[in-house]
Design a protein around this ligand. Structure first.
Ligand code: TNX
Length: 543
């Protein structure tokens, strides 16, 4: 054994120090500034993390555990400054929130930041400077665990850098959500928009209304007939299909996301896209008839919440109260999209409401609905965000808008002083095809290639500087009508997430498609080791 370890040590010593060139720096998203210097830092089994604060210890442990898996070393974390070859954290309050600097010399790695997320992003940059073998879950021998001497300054261009996961059309296990959170952090994304409610499934346990998940989380029909999609793959013995997150699951997801610098924004759809809720409690609709949880994309759907009955608002306030207890995020998403208002026109309660409130049409009734929810949410110290339809009939005063039908909704809302997240279908819909349609798995339609995502800019030409200040950032949406498995979900997210991350993090003048193409191909090798089922096609058709 001694002989073997001596051999190991001598083998390691034999590996020459790597000499780095600019080409070797392939960080995504590209940092604000990078200065390659002379020298190489080498991680060995004696390298130490020098950390005294709990957050620094936590981040040190995260990187140390990667070394434990990939190199087989248990690197130590110490609260006494080592003499040489160590990694240290420095609090620098002059840096803005989420910003960091990284200085690597041949002897010391220093990450400086003012906030937890800044330190986290500094560490994620170190991770991307390390050999891709760092992503391995099995020990890889003969790796020179080297980093270039470098000085990096970095901070995000936008403060909302999001991905939306639709877990309603098809349910995804908690473990997959946790894995996705990890991968978001790797690209310095900071928002997971969790689409928990839609016609095809209610996915969050609400203690006061147990039928939402006893009934609303399950559909009997496995097949997405109406979309002509593949049959779904899992079912329980009752022959039902679906699933939901318990409140304990949600807490675990939120806590884990917090440890990765990610805010989880819950979306509780209203007044439409709620057949799952109406199936659970028919009295929530105007007609009160029993309905089932539909499969696939029956459309249009008219079973929406009644805007006339007070009991609808009591229900929604109760639900949102439990939701706000679970999610600490500033923004609470209430959907608001695609409400077919046929039932409202026929409903006596809705007519009476319109008369009493002096509302001219059903668009104004929807506006009344959302404004009422906005007052409730802001009374709890939170802010409402919704899809751009919430602009119709008048936007609630403190509401923020997610612009999905192009950029126009965002332009309009920002002109009126409302905050905006840009998520236009043309650039940000990850449910659309990314390669040649005949070579891709069945998707909803459209074409959002990797280069199209890379062209995305949340600030639209022609916006005034004042309007631009209201643009919080950008987000991709992964609707899951056609996505039944985790590996298919990964396929739709990667590598497009890498392109998106650069559009919402990096300075605009740093973006360069050819350079990104070079870096993303190195990223592909990292994805291979991580076992991510990414789409190579996204790159091939991008030119
Ligand atoms: C429109 S985008 C929807 C979703 C669908 C999506 C499919 C939005 C706010 N509503 O319900 O899943 O199109 O691309």
């Amino acid at each position: 054994f001694l002989l073997i370890s001596l051999l190991n040590v001598s083998c390691q010593k034999e590996l020459p120090l790597t000499t780095f060139t600019q080409e070797d720096i392939t960080i995504i998203p590209i940092p604000v500034s990078t200065e390659l210097r002379d020298g190489t830092f080498r991680f060995t089994k004696n390298t130490k993390f020098y950390a005294t604060e709990s957050t620094h210890i936590q981040l040190s442990e995260a990187l140390a555990s990667k070394f434990e898996k990939a190199a087989g070393w248990k690197l130590s974390i110490t609260n006494e400054q080592p003499e040489r070859n160590y990694f240290q954290w420095k609090k620098d309050d002059s840096l803005p929130e989420e910003a960091y600097t990284l200085e690597v010399t041949s002897d010391v790695i220093t990450v400086a930041a003012s906030s937890f997320s800044g330190f986290l992003y500094g560490m994620e940059t170190v991770r991307q400077l390390l050999p891709i073998a760092i992503e391995s879950d099995n020990i890889i021998a003969d790796v020179a665990w080297d980093l270039p001497a470098i000085y990096i300054t970095d901070q995000p261009r936008f403060k909302w850098r999001g991905l939306m996961l639709d877990v309603s059309r098809h349910f995804f296990q908690k473990e997959y959500i946790l894995k996705t959170i990890d991968r978001l952090a790797m690209f310095k994304m900071n928002t997971l928009h969790f689409h928990l409610v839609d016609d095809q499934g209610w996915r969050i346990e609400i203690k006061k209304y147990p039928k939402l998940t006893q009934v609303g989380a399950w559909r009997v029909d496995h097949e997405d007939k109406h979309w002509n999609a593949r049959p779904t793959t899992t079912a329980d013995e009752k022959g039902t299909y679906g699933g939901f997150y318990t409140q304990e699951d949600i807490k675990e997801i939120v806590d884990y996301a917090t440890s990765k610098g990610i805010t989880v924004v819950p979306e509780i759809e209203m007044p439409a896209h709620v057949t799952s809720a109406v199936a659970s409690y028919p009295e929530l609709s105007c007609h009160e008839r029993p309905v089932g949880v539909p499969s696939g994309g029956v459309w249009p759907i008219t079973d929406i919440y009644c805007a006339g009955k007070e009991s609808t608002f009591e229900f929604l306030e109760d639900v949102l109260t439990e939701v706000m207890d679970l999610f600490p995020s500033k923004y609470i998403h209430v959907g608001g999209d695609e409400a077919t208002k046929t039932e409202w026109k026929k409903c006596a309660h809705c007519q009476e409401r319109m008369k009493n409130e002096g509302l001219a049409n059903v668009e104004e009734l929807q506006s009344y609905f959302i404004q009422r929810m906005e007052r409730f949410i802001s009374s709890k110290g939170r802010s409402l965000i919704g899809w751009d339809e919430i602009l119709e009939g008048g936007l609630a005063p403190g509401a923020a808008v997610m612009s999905w039908r192009g950029f126009d909704g965002g332009i309009e809302a920002s002109a009126d002083g409302h905050h905006v997240v840009m998520t236009p279908g043309s650039h940000c819909y990850f449910d659309q095809y990314q390669g040649a349609q005949n070579a891709e798995p069945l998707a909803i339609g459209g074409h959002v290639t990797l280069s199209k995502v890379y062209e995305f800019d949340p600030i639209v030409p022609g916006m005034t500087a004042k309007q631009a200040t209201y643009v919080l950032g950008g987000q991709a949406n992964l609707w899951s009508e056609y996505i039944t498995t985790e590996s298919h979900s990964e396929y739709m997210i990667f590598p497009r997430l890498a392109a998106l991350s650069e559009t919402v993090w990096s300075p605009k003048d740093k973006r360069n498609w050819n350079d990104f193409s070079r870096r993303v191909q190195v990223m592909f090798q990292r994805f291979d080791i991580m076992g991510i089922n990414y789409a190579k096609s996204a790159y091939q058709v991008s030119a």
